[in-house]
Design a binder for this molecule. Structure first.
Ligand code: FAD
Ligand code: N01
Length: 534
């Protein structure tokens, strides 16, 4: 049965972005409805229940910072919180802020059309509901459109086949099984060591070896937790102006590696490797811009793989050779490389022997057939644009977002795109988003959006829309900043290379969280320069 309702704002998605978006807008007195395809809150942490799933930005940073009550009322168990704990935390926040009454689950938004006469968005859901709202906030996630590979015969597989980003809620029992994992990005690298302990045999199908830094995860010390709580609010405020929106996870070393001698350079690399996590990436300020420095970091990381892996042939296969260090999203692991010393784990190099087919009981490469009982697809996402383009979004004159972005996603600040008034995108292409602590970036986007919608109400304006010129200039700036780094060289999901036919376009903003925030705030202070208000 078709039902309809009208709101000031509709928010799509109930991950970190949607939860805060609903709260923030509701606090300003707007009538808000949140629509979520899943049966509960959590977003990433609702869907990704695979063995070993956890954050890899440290928990101290990877949490909300907008309300001290949330921080004081929650205690984290680990340096990197596991998925179940983050999901419980997001349910705690949802209840603390009494958000559930404005949330609607098990409902997927299929289309969103801007009605130019009524100056509002009309959404249609898969439950047949029509929802009208003056503003639409897409909190649909940068890494939420799970991507299964196009392998012949995949659908014929008779055993269990699970994508890491759509993991069964009651878990998967791999005991006694022969398991195949396809994919060695962050999801593969987190899950492989845990699955190896559960399965009888594990075969890892690797197309590209990835750089991974040890996590050195550990339980949180209660004294550290208490210290964190005491100073969190001021530390978080300071983190907003850093390159990656963190204060606890790592400290950036604002020194060129070229200004120190070889001994000091190796010592800094070693110190950060021993500390664990993303801090290694910030060993020097030119690690991602200077090829020599990057090569040295890459060689340091490869040497650590050779230290750990017993079989020299396997070690070489696990050493990334075809992209600069951290030009693909850096992984953070617990015992990933050591897992290949286990007698029940084998590595298959798909560069040498690609998969040709999946049969009901096996994975077949050009060289061999591997009989398996279960397949894990750790094959990633149609990142940054996938969830948005899965919705038929139509702006002025009925133009579709897919058409507008056919050569790549163009935005102004990664928040709006010209021709789509009152459509706000949270952490979209053109914003620091996936290159940062995402919670910091999400909070900034939600707060900017809330202030913007409030400003429109205060100034009697019905619409805000990015100007094409401002958008063009922003896209050129994003592109220029990316080209100052080695990042666009890799065939990564940052450039859409993992999706056949996706236009190659470096999507996130490499200019850093702090400088991005300054710019976005200045634009707002200048009466939303580069936007048309009507
Ligand atoms: P999501 O959490 O992806 O939520 C989007 C929601 O929108 C989903 O629930 C989805 O169902 C819903 N949705 C989408 N389309 C529709 C539609 N059409 N209709 C209705 N609902 C819809 N980032 C970090 O900074 N640090 C980390 O350590 C980190 N770890 C990660 C680990 C994993 C396994 C993954 C996959 C990502 C990780 N990320 C990490 C990135 C992570 O996605 C973000 O940190 C953050 O959780 C994103 O929140 P979000 O609310 O923007 O999007
Ligand atoms: O996905 P990925 P992910 N045949 O795209 C391979 C975040 N995250 O889910 O590189 C064979 O990185 C593919 O190979 P190649 C984080 O931002 C964070 O692991 O394309 N292989 C690659 O090895 C991360 O970057 C955490 O050659 C195929 C892998 O599958 C992002 O989410 C944990 C293939 C996909 O790697 C995505 O990570 C998890 C095919 N047909 C995720 N298709 C944390 O730790 C793809 N591959 C916090």
């Amino acid at each position: 049965m078709e039902r309809s309702s009208t709101y000031d704002v509709v928010v799509v998605g109930a991950g970190f972005s949607g939860i805060y978006g609903l709260h923030s807008l509701r606090e300003r007195g707007f009538r808000v409805r949140l629509i979520e395809a899943a049966s509960g809150v959590g977003g990433t942490w609702y869907w990704n229940r695979y063995p070993g799933a956890r954050c890899d930005v440290e928990t101290t940073d990877y949490q909300f910072g907008f309300d001290e009550r949330i921080v004081q009322g929650w205690t984290w168990s680990q340096r990197y919180a596991p998925q179940a704990e983050i999901l419980t935390y997001l349910n705690y926040v949802t209840d603390l802020l009494d958000l559930r009454r404005d949330m609607q689950f098990d409902t997927r938004v299929e289309s969103a059309t801007f009605d130019e006469d009524a100056t509002r968005w009309e959404l249609v859901t898969d439950t047949g509901e029509r929802i009208a709202a003056q503003h639409c906030v897409m909190a649909t996630g940068s890494l939420s459109a799970a991507r299964a590979p196009d392998i012949p015969g995949l659908a014929s597989f008779a055993g269990g086949c699970h994508h890491t980003g759509r993991w069964p809620h009651d878990g998967v029992d791999f005991a006694g099984q022969r398991v195949a994992v396809i994919g060695t990005g962050s999801s593969g690298i987190q899950s492989i060591p845990v699955i190896a302990q559960q399965a009888r045999e594990l075969t890892v199908f690797q197309r590209t070896a990835n750089f991974s830094v040890p996590a050195h995860d550990r339980p949180r010390d209660p004294a550290d937790e208490a210290r964190m709580k005491r100073t969190f609010m001021q530390d978080r405020e300071a983190a907003k102006w850093t390159t990656q929106g963190v204060f606890a996870s790592w400290v950036a070393n604002d020194v060129s590696a070229l200004d120190v001698d070889d001994h000091a350079r190796q010592a800094e690399f070693s110190r950060r490797w021993a500390h664990g996590g993303f801090g290694f990436f910030e060993s020097f300020n030119d690690l991602i811009t200077d090829r020599d420095v990057n090569d040295q970091a890459a060689e340091f990381a490869r040497a650590r793989v050779r230290d750990v892996v017993d079989d020299p042939t396997v070690a070489e296969l696990l050493c990334p050779q075809d992209h600069p260090f951290a030009s693909k999203r850096l992984c953070v692991d617990t015992d990933y490389h050591a897992t290949f010393n286990r007698p029940n784990v084998a590595l298959v190099d798909l560069r040498a022997t690609p998969i040709v087919a999946i049969t009901p009981h096996s994975v077949r490469t050009t060289a061999a057939e591997f009989a398996v009982d279960s397949i894990v697809l750790a094959t990633g996402y149609d990142a940054m644009t996938g969830a948005l383009l899965a919705i038929d979004i139509r702006g002025r004159n009925g133009v579709g977002l897919a058409e507008k972005w056919s050569a790549g996603p163009v935005t102004y600040l990664g928040i709006q795109t010209a021709g789509f008034p009152n459509l706000f995108l949270i952490t979209a292409p053109g914003s620091p988003s996936v290159l940062s602590n995402m919670i910091s970036s999400i909070e900034q986007h939600v707060e900017w959006t809330t202030d913007c919608i409030t400003y429109l109400r205060q100034h009697g304006q019905r619409t805000i829309e990015a100007e094409s010129d401002a958008e063009r200039a922003w896209v050129a700036h994003v592109d220029e900043r990316a080209s100052e780094t080695l990042m666009p060289e890799a065939d990564s999901w940052y450039v859409g290379a993992n999706i056949p036919g996706k236009p190659r376009f470096f999507m996130p903003y490499t200019g850093g969280v702090g400088s991005y925030r300054r710019r976005a705030e200045q634009i707002a202070a200048d009466g939303y320069a580069g936007f048309v208000l009507a």
